[in-house]
Write a protein that binds this ligand. Structure first.
Ligand code: ADP
Length: 494
């Protein structure tokens, strides 16, 4: 190499950010630059004492030796490869190596010019990405497997309501709901019926449509399909999916097959309806005969008093039977309400007195906080029924030593009865469901307490049938307060 070329090469080496080495055909280091020393962790004198074979990772040596041989044999004049070097401290350096062989005018090899770019960080990053991809792929395979294995229909919709993903189970439900095919957007009407199994569901009530609008819900019941032999009842839940900043991105819906449960409920209703129906006839006869007996003059006073007790209880039994009938046929029955002017405080007092034996047996103290009187226009029998139910629950679901308090808060617009206890309390999940027919909390304590799960549904039917309602506040282990109310109508306003 001439003088100028030589100094140019040295200058370039000196200032290059790339590691550079001049290596003899035998492998000895002839010159190295600062960048190469820095990369490999040697000082210049040390690096010059090594050969390129010394600093090459043993596993990458063979392939490098092969190409060097090719270059020396004249089969190629340069090469480029990725290889590992071993730093002085034993750590690995990934280098992107470019090598050219310089020959003299006769073609005799003079030296190799090697340039090494440190690509360790990129390799590491690429490695991380590959590992992360492998993990993601593994997870998504597991999710896909679970998605298709579960016995629940699953649907993911995007912000616009487009079905992004539907699992295998849900395809069965879709086939029933959309025998003509589904166009992949939420809100398509098909053979989807309300819980009554008859009313076609309106678009805005369809779970997929509601979920797309950002609604979250649980246990929305519906039927898919019109053929009684194959149709299925589903219970649907929805949750919105959102970005970390809260923007809605879509929703996930789960469809659970509850056909057997719904059919069992219907059978139960039919059973209750027919039993109560069958009970009505003999009861009517009992009441009829009691009435005839009451008309007789020749009965001793004590018999007359006993007959009055029998009559009262038979009348209550008749009302309970008709309530059973009412709840069993809730859809098409309507509550009979007979409004008269009466004193609510007096009725509550009577109910409390009637409950005393039960409270005494359970070692529960029963107290009242009532005005002297609260006269209004309402159905006294229905109010009594409501108070009886709430009172007996308060006593039943409170352990010995507890207290039950009945209040009649004075409110201008409402006739309100409040029954509080410091009993077992109710889990948050149960709070709404308690008012459903036959629902009982699934705990050992409740199972051991006699009951049908009808009381609160009757309380709700009655209060709602009178334009009011019932609500509960409760905490497990602390107690419960049930508040039943109907609109207050002053006596004489009707
Ligand atoms: P029943 O008492 O016959 O089971 P209800 O309809 O009156 O039926 O009540 C339904 C369920 O609500 C009960 O089984 C019980 O789990 C719960 N419950 C009702 N009242 C109370 C209360 N005061 N404290 C705790 N749990 C209650």
């Amino acid at each position: 190499m001439d003088q100028i070329g030589d100094s140019l090469l040295r200058l370039a080496m000196q200032h290059s950010p790339v590691g550079m080495m001049l290596v003899s055909p035998a492998g000895e280091m002839l010159a190295v630059n600062d960048a190469a020393c820095g990369m490999l962790g040697y000082d210049r004198a040390e690096l010059l004492r090594t050969s390129w074979q010394d600093i090459t990772h043993p596993e990458d040596l063979a392939s490098d030796v092969d190409v060097v041989a090719d270059v020396l044999a004249g089969e190629r004049s340069s090469y480029r490869l990725s290889k590992r070097y071993v730093r002085k401290d034993g750590s690995l350096l990934w280098g992107d190596l470019s090598v050219a062989l310089l020959r003299d005018d006769d073609g005799t090899p003079l030296y190799f010019i090697s340039q090494i770019l440190d690509v360790s960080e990129q390799r590491e990053a690429a490695q991380h990405i590959a590992e992360a991809n492998a993990t993601i792929e593994k997870q998504s395979r597991s999710v896909a497997a679970i998605y298709d294995a579960v016995d629940v229909g699953l649907v993911l919709v995007d912000r616009s309501g487009r079905y992004e993903r539907v699992n295998r189970r849900h395809h069965d439900f879709m086939a029933l709901a959309y025998p003509e095919g589904h166009h992949g957007m939420a809100g398509q009407r098909g053979e989807v019926y309300e819980a009554d199994g008859e009313t076609l569901m309106a678009r805005q009530d369809l779970p997929s449509y509601r979920a797309t609008m950002g609604d979250e819900f649980d246990d929305v019941r519906l039927w898919v399909g019109s053929d009684p032999a194959t149709r299925r009842a589903l219970s649907v839940s929805a949750r919105s999916t959102r970005r970390p900043d809260g923007t809605l991105t879509g929703a996930a819906l789960a469809y659970k097959d509850v056909t057997d449960y719904m059919r069992a409920l219907a059978v139960k209703d039919e059973f209750v309806a027919s039993v109560s129906h069958e009970l009505r006839t003999p009861l009517t006869s009992v009441l009829g005969h009691l009435e005839m007996l009451a008309g007789r003059e020749d009965l001793p006073a004590d018999v007359r008093a006993q007959l009055a007790v029998v009559d009262r209880n038979a009348a209550r039994l008749q009302m309970l039977v008709s309530d059973l009938l009412y709840v069993a046929q809730e859809a098409d029955a309507s509550l009979q309400v007979v409004r008269v002017a009466a004193d609510a405080a007096g009725i509550v007092r009577e109910a409390v007195e009637a409950a005393r034996p039960l409270a005494r047996a359970g070692k529960i103290s029963l107290s009242v906080d009532l005005p002297d009187s609260r006269v209004a226009l309402f159905d006294p029998q229905r109010l009594r029924q409501v108070v009886d139910n709430l009172l007996s629950n308060g006593i039943k679901y409170t352990d010995a030593g507890g207290e039950v308090l009945v209040r009649l808060p004075v409110d201008e617009d409402r006739l309100e009865v409040q029954v509080s206890d410091n009993g077992i309390g109710i889990a948050p999940d149960d709070l709404e469901r308690l008012f459903s027919r036959f629902y009982r909390a699934d705990t050992e304590r409740v199972r051991l307490t006699p009951g049908t799960g009808l009381g609160l549904s009757i309380v709700r039917s009655i209060t709602e049938g009178c334009g009011g309602g019932v609500r509960v506040e409760s905490e497990v282990g602390v107690g419960s307060t049930f508040t039943a109310w109907i609109p207050y109508v002053a006596a004489g306003d009707d």
